[in-house]
Design a protein around this ligand. Structure first.
Ligand code: IPM
Ligand code: MN
Length: 373
């Protein structure tokens, strides 16, 4: 297959370690392009604190334009103490939240696998974590992240604040449906996570999830309370196949689940809007934003110490889900396994008997494996 179409990737590196990990992911994508004869065109745009510093806004209109004319977005990380004093609407986080909302990226997929090579890096006993293979489907554009009213004020009694968690049946239905579809291609189990013993939004969630599950007789759905889920995630993680949950619960549970993988630094994510990219020629693909689930880690930024594997594995998801390039995605995933098997580790997953390397070197090693595999 020679040449073919050009795929446009918007690169939003962001703050902290974002530029380092996205650069490593690009090194790997370039190796994939060379090996599989593909054309990837990158367009960089500022987001988060970096965009605020440059333009006064965390999500400049020009950045949104770059995203809209791309086929997929590779995202690094945003935020840092430097912007702690900035008004809420201009905070780096508002840039990412605004982007998710503007592009309708309602479905956040976070696959968590216990990588055998990293068994020693997880604080969990290997016999508990081994074999874990789950995907968390987090609702990403609703709930308490976006609900109104949200504000802060002062009364005679002192400072007050309110946030609001709204959910509607359409919003719940589409994310649960997506989880059921995913489960069909896996082990056929969906764990819907809520707090139905306390919250009205959760009671609605459970009701709608049960109705959607009835459309999928081949999928087994269980309902798990979020507090119990937090416990099962680290006491019996293999019980989970697909977890589906609302925005805030999903945020918290996926940081916890990353412990199973060995490090927050290795977990990728895909945020999808259910629509095909404008110029798509592969059936079944969706527009998406791809980012490691870790944050901007300002404490180690610019030191070549960050783990690039979360960003690199996010690039694999990008190829698979937005470009329909399954072979290329697998090449990256196998190259990551090979680099780990060769004994290369960043500091967060360092262990005895392996070599600790920097962000760039690990990215280059994965790229070399892509070329060699
Ligand atoms: C994540 C992050 C974001 C979130 C922050 C940076 C707004 O923690 O993607 O998990 O809470 O969604
Ligand atoms: Mn988070």
């Amino acid at each position: 297959m020679a040449g073919g179409r050009e795929y446009r990737i918007a690169v939003l590196a962001g703050d902290g370690i974002g530029p380092e990990v996205t650069a490593a992911a690009r090194t790997v994508l370039d190796a994939v392009a060379a090996r599989h004869d593909r054309q990837f065109a990158y367009e960089e745009a500022p987001i988060g604190g970096a965009a605020y510093d440059a333009t006064g806004r965390p999500l400049p209109e020009a950045t949104l334009d770059v995203c809209r004319r791309s086929d997929a977005i590779l995202f690094g990380a945003i935020g840092g103490p430097k912007w702690d004093g900035v008004p809420v609407a201009q905070r780096p986080e508002s840039g990412l939240l605004g982007l998710r909302r503007a592009l309708g990226l309602f479905a956040n997929l976070r696959p968590v696998r216990a990588l055998p090579a990293l068994a020693g890096s997880s604080p969990l006993k290997p016999e508990i974590a081994a074999g874990t293979d789950m995907i968390v489907v987090r609702e990403l554009t609703g709930g308490i992240y976006f609900g109104e009213p949200r504000r802060r004020w002062t009364t005679d009694e002192g400072r007050q604040a309110v946030d609001t968690m709204p959910y509607g049946e359409r919003e719940i239905g589409r994310i649960v449906r997506l989880a059921c579809e995913l489960a069909r291609g896996r082990r056929g189990k969906v764990s819907s996570v809520d707090k139905a013993n306390v919250l009205d939004t959760s009671r609605l969630w459970r009701e709608v999830a049960t109705e959607v599950a009835a459309e999928y007789p081949d999928v087994a759905m269980e309902h798990v309370l979020v507090d119990a889920c937090a416990m099962y995630l680290i006491s019996d993680p293999r019980r989970f196949d697909v977890i589906v949950t609302e925005n805030l619960f999903g945020d918290i549970l996926t940081d916890e689940a990353a412990v199973i993988a060995g490090s927050l630094g290795v977990v990728p994510s895909a945020s999808l809007n259910g629509k095909a990219p404008e110029r798509s020629d592969s059936p079944g693909v969706q527009f998406g934003l791809y980012e490691p689930i870790h944050g901007s880690a300002p404490d180690i930024a610019g030191q070549d110490r960050a783990n690039p594997l979360g960003a690199i594995l996010s690039a694999a998801l990008l190829l698979r889900l937005s470009f329909g390039l399954e072979d290329e995605a697998r090449t990256i995933e196998r190259a990551v396994d090979a680099a780990l098997a060769a004994g290369l580790r960043t500091r967060d997953i360092a262990a005895t008997g392996v070599r600790t390397v920097g962000t760039r070197e690990l990215g280059e090693a994965v790229a070399a494996q892509v070329a060699a595999l």
